[in-house]
Write a protein that binds this ligand. Structure first.
Ligand SMILES: [Zn+2]
Length: 164
């Protein structure tokens, strides 16, 4: 009954018309991941970078979907262009990724499943993205959570929870 209130908070910016279609692209990336996490970066209405979890393949526990999407972006674009970009990510950014997104000046973060949603399924650091943002007065980032949340959680069925 209270499902609609689940992701709402003073800081949660409203969902936009285009959010679901871009999140579907992030879910497609997640399907390629070592763990089902994926992200796309959107600028001027187009996808300009993609990433999925490659923690096992790269022997790199920092190779989260968001980090891989940032690396993809900066390999081909000036980093400052991230300041007008939106990242769509299937899981709420962890503190590492959220810190990276703040340092990159990313304008908007849209996520599907929250850290709280994911914590029973896979190891999480229990600091929500809003808490990182609140501690980063240099950032004017907007955060929208819960876009295609159920679909993102479904992708974890059968996944063996680990810390990567
Ligand atoms: Zn992360």
């Amino acid at each position: 009954m209270c499902e609609n209130n689940r992701q709402e908070g003073a800081e949660n910016s409203p969902q936009r018309a285009e959010d679901e279609s871009f999140m579907r692209e992030a879910l497609t990336e997640a399907a390629c991941g070592d763990l089902p996490f994926g992200a796309v970066i959107v600028s001027n209405g187009a996808i300009v970078a993609r990433g999925h979890n490659q923690g096992v393949r790269l022997n790199d526990p920092t190779a989260h979907g968001e980090m891989m999407a940032i690396r993809d972006f900066i390999s081909r674009h000036p980093a400052e262009h991230l300041q007008s970009a939106t990242i769509y990510t299937t899981g709420e950014p962890c503190p590492m990724c959220m810190g990276a997104l703040v340092w990159c000046g990313v304008r908007r973060v849209v996520f599907a499943a929250s850290i709280e949603d994911l914590s029973p399924l896979i190891g999480q650091i229990m600091t929500p993205s809003h808490a990182i943002l609140a501690a980063a007065p240099l950032s004017d980032m907007e955060i929208t959570g819960g876009v295609l949340r159920a679909e993102a959680l479904k992708s974890f069925i059968g996944v063996d929870g680990s810390s990567i």
